[in-house]
Design a protein around this ligand. Structure first.
Ligand SMILES: Nc1ncnc2c1ncn2[C@@H]1O[C@H](COP(=O)(O)OP(=O)(O)OP(=O)(O)O)[C@@H](O)[C@H]1O
Length: 253
């Protein structure tokens, strides 16, 4: 579980996060949603320590990240898998070399152990045997799955995904969403996904935090976010007819 308690973050005169508190649960996909510029990425960067918070706490299973020194933070970072926007694979490396990258950086695994780990992770994302391909030889959906394989190669306790569906067609988006959900449940990972995709809210939003202008307006599950009367949430969530239809359907049940 990751807990964020009253965090504040300012750039110059611009306060981006104001007393944001949220709980991201273990074994669940926790979504961060909100308008463009509302502070979703800044919040995620504060959680992983890419930005320092001005005040407040970030607890990884009770361990206060904000009070840790560099070495202690490094230990936590080893437990975090990251899925960046795009796929962020290294173009000059094969699929296998990409997945091995964090293993060579952070573990003392032998070549054989790394090889086995790569095979296991590729199998898990349904890409067994694609070890020697280069990213340019893979489709966008495959690249995303390779990035997921790399993110889980270190057996992470925590998984951060920034817009995992960006640039994907609807069918591939659902595939990636399902994979993220399965992996989260299977390995009991605390997963945080930043998304704009309302389809993902319906598919995988077991817990959803809605950020509005740097404040945590609301946290709940996918059904309650659709049923709430909160105006800011409704303006965001029901911008599309697709979501209005879902609300009507849910009301009938
Ligand atoms: N390093 C930085 N220095 C100064 N301002 C920043 C920095 N990073 C983000 N901001 C500002 O913080 C605000 C929130 O940005 P953030 O990237 O978190 O938005 P977001 O909700 O993730 O948006 P989007 O959905 O468009 O990615 C924006 O006004 C942005 O300009």
């Amino acid at each position: 579980m990751i807990e964020v308690i009253n965090i504040n973050k300012t750039f110059g005169d611009n306060q981006i996060l104001k007393d944001v508190s949220a709980t991201f649960e273990k074994g669940k996909v926790n979504l961060i949603i909100g308008q463009s510029g509302s502070g979703k990425s800044v919040l995620a960067k504060c959680i992983v320590g890419l930005h320092e918070v001005d005040s407040g706490q970030v607890l990884y299973d009770g361990r206060d990240f904000t009070k840790m020194d560099r070495l202690q933070r490094k230990d936590i970072r080893k437990e975090i898998g990251m899925l960046f926007q795009g796929s962020a694979l290294f173009d000059s490396m094969t699929v296998e070399q990409n997945i091995m990258f964090p293993l060579t950086m952070f573990t003392k695994m032998t070549r054989k152990e790394m090889q086995e780990r790569v095979d296991f992770c590729l199998e898990r994302v349904n890409l067994a045997g694609r070890n020697k391909l280069f990213p340019a030889e893979c489709s966008g959906g495959m690249q995303k799955r390779i990035a997921i394989a790399r993110a889980i190669s270190m057996n992470p306790k925590y998984l951060f995904c920034d817009e995992p569906n960006s640039g994907l067609d609807p069918q591939t988006s659902i595939l990636i969403d399902n994979l993220i959900r399965e992996i989260t449940h299977e390995y009991e990972i605390t997963t945080i996904v930043i998304t704009h995709d309302m389809n993902s809210v319906i598919e995988i939003g077991e817990s959803v935090i809605f950020i509005n202008q740097g404040q945590n307006w609301w946290q709940g599950d996918r059904k309650s976010i659709i049923m709430t009367d909160n105006k800011e949430i409704n303006d965001f969530v029901f911008a599309s007819d697709f979501m209005k239809e879902i609300k009507e359907t849910l009301k009938k049940h």
